[in-house]
Ligand binder design. Structure first.
Ligand SMILES: [Zn+2]
Ligand SMILES: [Zn+2]
Length: 280
């Protein structure tokens, strides 16, 4: 099982970091989790073509986590010789988002159908949406997935995905504060991926902003680096991967970030640029 952080950025634009998106490769499957800014570019960087992704799992419907879903759907459709609908698994609301996205793409689909006979013969652009709640299990090939409630309120529902294959476990948390569902999600996981913020830096940066309260609000519903370390330790995780870092980690700051998690967690801690990966 291999986990690659395709995008380690956040809603705050950064020239070097894509938006939240992670790739899990196990049992011949390429599974994407969320689809933030530049996801397809990074997917190619990991050596995976859009058509090789069978399923994308969505943790929640905040724009930074789904902004490039349209790119994945259309690029896949245009490039593949046969029309195999992408499977999108996400919380309630995913169907509404995908339906609206397909509506947005109506003109584009018309242009391409008018131009390419073979594409028209493949039929309409479709997406296979499955909405799931917490406590569900399903398979992607030989890979098993379970869903767990996370706490990102007022974003509700939000879920995390526990992916298991051949005795290995990857826990993909998305945006959440520590909660019972998060503990279930990552208990004894080989790899636990957590989106994080630095509360100390956010508070400091807020003093420089005219709309500081809006920035400070993000402290309400994300795990800090320290909390990610605590969650990893409490649940006997082997490797903690930090992603979706707010603010973006600058060169030379890595040890400082890792140190905050290390105060609580003695296991392996991974923090790095886009395309940083870890195998279990
Ligand atoms: Zn979010
Ligand atoms: Zn986010």
């Amino acid at each position: 099982m291999k986990v690659t952080l395709l995008g380690t950025g956040s809603p705050i634009p950064d020239p070097n970091r894509g938006g939240p998106c992670t790739l899990v490769q196990a049992g011949q499957q390429n599974i994407m989790i969320d689809c933030g800014r530049a996801a397809i570019m990074r997917l190619l960087g990991a050596g995976v073509l859009p058509g090789m992704v069978s399923t994308i799992l969505i943790t929640h419907l905040h724009s930074d986590h789904i902004t490039d879903l349209n790119d994945l759907v259309t690029t896949r459709w245009v490039m593949m010789p046969v029309n195999v609908p992408l499977k999108v698994v996400g919380p309630v609301g995913t169907r509404q988002v995908v339906d609206a996205m397909l509506h947005m793409l109506t003109l584009d689909q018309g242009y391409r159908h008018a131009h390419h006979d073979d594409l028209r013969a493949n039929g309409p652009l479709t997406v296979d949406v499955v909405e799931v709640g917490p406590g569900e299990t399903f398979n992607i090939g030989e890979v098993s997935v379970s869903t767990h409630a996370t706490d990102h309120r007022p974003v509700d529902p939000s879920i995390g995905f526990r992916i298991e294959h051949d005795g290995k476990v990857a826990a993909l948390a998305g945006d959440t504060i520590p909660c019972a569902g998060l503990d279930d999600l990552c208990l004894n996981a080989d790899i636990y991926v957590q989106t994080v913020i630095r509360d100390d830096m956010v508070k400091q940066l807020a003093t420089l902003l005219p709309n500081s309260q809006r920035f400070l609000d993000i402290l309400d519903y994300h795990s800090t680096v320290s909390q990610a370390g605590q969650t990893a330790a409490r649940n006997n995780v082997k490797t903690l991967m930090l992603t979706h870092c707010v603010p973006a980690v600058q060169p030379g700051q890595e040890d400082d970030w890792i140190g905050l998690a290390k105060e609580h967690f003695a296991g392996n801690i991974v923090l790095g640029p886009d395309l940083t990966s870890c195998e279990a």
